[in-house]
Design a protein around this ligand. Structure first.
Ligand code: ZN
Length: 410
């Protein structure tokens, strides 16, 4: 497998925690086991590639074994910095040993865990890295040509990441207990739609699948991975229209018995002042398809957590009948509800409108990285609460197994 580039941020791990610690131990790194595991878990929680982090740590100091590196050297009596990326100020919340800094601006950390966490946080919190997600986007900022051989730096990081991914152990056997959750990204099909909305729904579907896995459930996403650098599903276009997406959900349900199907959208309306999140539920008493669970329980939970985590307000009570959408009023059913009606006896189906792309405040939030981590967490936690799932806290093997199953076949 040749990687032309690899996503450093906004990605699930492709190596295990034991492999991460084993790589450091094998190379005689001074990082203690507890610190290595803490940094791995922080990377996973921050959707930062542990493989690329190790690539950077290797390039900077051979995992803390290069005696000349600032993170290892006694630095003329001041002591080593213990920074995995040889980072400078600020420390982005990690504890430090305070002034004096080494060579004026390099921060000293009391432990290797703090130095690793600060390296991860810098990639997210330092302004120059805003919107930069892949190794080849990040490295020119991290190691500019004025200080480094930038292209060689990127190649080294990618080569280490590729080797670690190739050496990752086989996934454990599939689990049958945890529920499967069906996800579709709105307008990623041949029926088209607003391009801004499609960017948001595609990216959120990928982030949501990671959060579902983090909670120990299984995610099935109708859309595969698109042409970007990441390996997250949801941003490719489904081969067919919205009714074909719905038909795929019904077909997949035969084996997976989805308790929940969620399709993601953002709202677009003429009045740019209209903003907020709301859910739409199946509401056609004439054909025996009124989902009271969606109306009274799942949607209130979804919009409640979503508004709390993303700061997008709840629009108009947060719950809307499909008959109020305009499409329903014209005598047609929302296609996605019409075609998924055959699974209504056990599957709660909802459309989540995650704010309005026509509103400047909501749209500005849609274009932040934080929106996807916070929004995905909100949706996943609401779904877990709705189905009564308490079975899995953050579980690295589960995330890993999920990636193997889903991403390699996408
Ligand atoms: Zn839409």
């Amino acid at each position: 497998m040749v990687l032309a580039d690899y996503r450093f941020k906004g990605v699930a791990p492709r190596m295990t925690e034991d492999q991460f610690w084993g790589e450091l131990r094998l190379n005689r790194s001074p990082v203690p086991e507890a610190d290595a595991r803490k940094v791995y878990r922080h990377a996973v929680a921050r959707q930062t590639s542990p493989e690329c982090l190790l690539g950077m740590f290797w390039k900077e100091s051979r995992y803390g074994t290069d005696p000349a590196a600032i993170c290892v050297s006694d630095n003329g009596g001041l002591g080593p910095t213990r920074s995995w990326g040889n980072t400078t100020e600020p420390s982005f919340g990690a504890p430090t040993l305070g002034a004096p800094f080494v060579r004026g601006r390099f921060t000293r950390y009391p432990t290797w865990a703090d130095g690793g966490i600060a390296t991860i946080e810098r990639l997210w919190q330092h302004k120059p890295y805003d919107g930069k997600l892949t190794v080849r986007e990040i490295v020119p900022v991290w190691a500019p040509p004025s200080e480094n051989a930038t292209a060689a730096y990127a190649t080294t990081v990618l080569a280490v990441a590729e080797r670690l991914i190739a050496a990752a152990p086989a996934p454990p056997p599939s689990q049958e207990i945890a529920p499967w959750i069906a996800i579709a990204s709105g307008h990623h099909n041949s029926d088209g739609g607003n391009p801004d909305e499609a960017v948001t729904t595609g990216r959120m579907a990928g982030a949501l699948s990671v959060e579902i896995a983090r909670l120990g459930m299984h995610a099935w996403v109708a859309q595969g991975d698109g042409p970007d650098a990441d390996t997250l599903p949801g941003d490719a276009n489904f081969p067919g229209g919205i009714w074909d997406v719905a038909a795929a959900v019904v077909a997949e349900d035969k084996a997976k018995h989805f308790p929940v199907f969620i399709e993601l959208h953002t709202q677009g309306v003429g009045d740019t002042k209209v903003r907020g999140v709301f859910g739409i539920y199946p509401d056609r008493p004439d054909v025996g398809d009124v989902d009271a669970d969606a109306r009274d329980t799942l949607i209130p939970m979804l919009v409640g957590t979503f508004a709390q985590y993303t700061k997008i307000p709840i629009w108009n009570g947060g719950v809307m009948s499909e008959r109020s959408t305009g499409v329903g009023l014209e005598g047609f059913r929302l296609g996605i509800f019409n075609k998924t009606a055959p699974i209504r006896d056990h599957c709660t189906r909802v459309i989540l409108e995650m704010g309005a792309h026509s509103n400047p405040q909501d749209f500005a939030i849609h274009r932040t990285d934080a929106f996807y981590s916070a929004g995905a967490r909100a949706i996943a936690e609401a779904i877990a609460a709705f189905v009564g799932w308490e079975g899995g806290g953050p579980s690295v093997p589960v995330i890993y197994r999920w990636w193997e199953e889903l991403w390699q076949t996408a």
